[in-house]
Write a protein that binds this ligand. Structure first.
Ligand code: MD3
Ligand code: FE
Length: 205
């Protein structure tokens, strides 16, 4: 389903087995010194979403191999590179030919977590961003490229969904105004929502 030019939503694209595998891997990545954190926001306070970066960590307008406190970022897993390549092919009907996927950002939302409207402009690549959702559903707000305000479209994102953002949608403002606590498939054993985005940094060490 094409939601906007370049924005392709494939509901339920992840098999239950792959969803379970990804949840297990996210738990591994969440542990340790470079694991899940709630990062400080530029204007004070902390994000309500907890994050793990794999491969590279976003800075304002760039990427680094270390977290802000100097902890080395965990490696980018081949599993996510392979899954992102299959996802782009499923969404676009053609293989991904641009910069290699080398960054993943794992976001965890508890019942109260939200993500404000923002653009993703830290990457130096035009490669599409690939998003995998696990667990609770959420309201995903897909906006425009000019302002963080209206017009926008609210889309329900459910556990198992794939979203690929390429072309003009790559620079659109977007956010998560709420999740739907308790909506996850009980068989998954996840309380809350995980979102994995896979990206190309456009950098070469
Ligand atoms: C549209 N994550 O990590 S995923 C983010 O559900 C982020 O955790 C949200 O926004 C989440 O930056 C939304 C969908 C998504 C991800 C990246 C995008 C939409 C995007 C980049 C450009 C345009
Ligand atoms: Fe984003």
């Amino acid at each position: 389903v094409t939601v906007a030019p370049g924005a392709v939503h494939l509901p339920g694209w992840l098999s239950p087995q792959t969803q379970a595998d990804l949840v297990r891997r996210c738990r591994e990545w969440a542990r340790g010194p470079a694991g899940m954190r709630r990062h400080p926001m530029p204007r004070g306070g902390r994000m309500s979403v907890s994050m793990v970066s794999l491969g590279w960590h976003w800075q304002p307008y760039s990427y680094a191999r270390e977290l802000p406190d100097g902890t080395p970022v965990q490696p980018f897993p081949d599993l996510l590179g392979d899954l992102a390549a299959r996802a782009v092919e499923a969404a676009h009907g053609a293989p991904h030919r641009g910069d290699p996927y080398d960054v993943a950002l794992v976001n965890f939302y508890d019942a109260d977590a939200r993500m404000g409207m923002h653009q993703d402009r830290d990457e130096r690549s035009r490669a599409p961003v690939v998003s995998f959702s696990l667990g609770d559903s959420c309201v995903f707000r897909f906006g425009n490229t000019e302002t963080r305000n209206r017009p926008y479209t609210d889309v329900e994102l459910r556990g198992g969904d794939l979203f690929v953002f390429g072309g003009p949608s790559r620079m659109a403002y977007h956010g998560v105004p709420r999740t739907r606590p308790g909506s996850a498939d009980p068989g998954l054993g996840l309380t809350g929502r995980l979102n994995i985005t896979v990206r190309a940094s456009g950098l070469q060490d």
